[in-house]
Design a protein around this ligand. Sequence first.
Ligand SMILES: O=C[C@H](O)[C@H](O)[C@H](O)COP(=O)(O)O
Length: 245
Amino acid sequence: MVATISESPVLTQDELKKIAAYKAVEYVESGMVLGLGTGSTAYYAVNRIGELLKQGKLNNIIGIPTSKKTEEQAISLGIPLSDLDTHPVLDLAIDGADEVDSYLNLVKGRGGSLLREKMVEGACRKFVVIVDESKMVKTLGGSGLAMPVEIVPFCWNFTATRLQNLFAEAGCVAKLRRVAETGKPFMTDNANYIVDLYFEREIGDLKVASDEILRLAGVVEHGMFIDMATTVIVAGECGITVKNK
Ligand SMILES: O=C[C@H](O)[C@H](O)[C@H](O)COP(=O)(O)O
């Protein structure tokens, strides 16, 4: 007799993102003012919110989008929108992240939306981050992937050089983000540029690094979200993990 071993199906990264997003939407209640995140993971959360509104399972939601792209998505789903001027305090925001450390500090902005995200998510009572397990890291910036910084276009090379020099000990290389197809500088929703910082070694104390970056004239904001997330939902092959601050 031949025994057959049934293989358990492996979930794709997109499926994991969707699982995390749906779990986060369980935190949404009728009447809430919601920060709507940006990126491939937040996309599923925004879609789900639209679906629940259409089904009448959620009512009186007001969304505050963190990018033009999310704004378009929310409009297409019929989610009522507003802004921070009208609603300076939000109940909840749901968004993805590029990196999450064990203290729930984040790197965001590899999709270019960090400034509006930081403004909206910094104004929320609860900030729920949704990621698949590949985003969990030991140290922010230690993955060899980009740490984005939004800068004004004026003399961008001057600002990029100052950023690189700031982290010379960490072997930092600063690169202006460009659009792959055209080679032109990538332009944010706020008509700014992005400089991506790549580190060879650890950058040390995140708060110190944050303060030093923000002190440079020409810098608008950086992609380190320190002490902002209240909950991180991680979807992995073994299920969902919810980490609370
Ligand atoms: O600029 C983009 C945002 O910060 C995203 O939330 C972040 O890059 C994560 O995006 P994704 O869910 O597509 O990995």
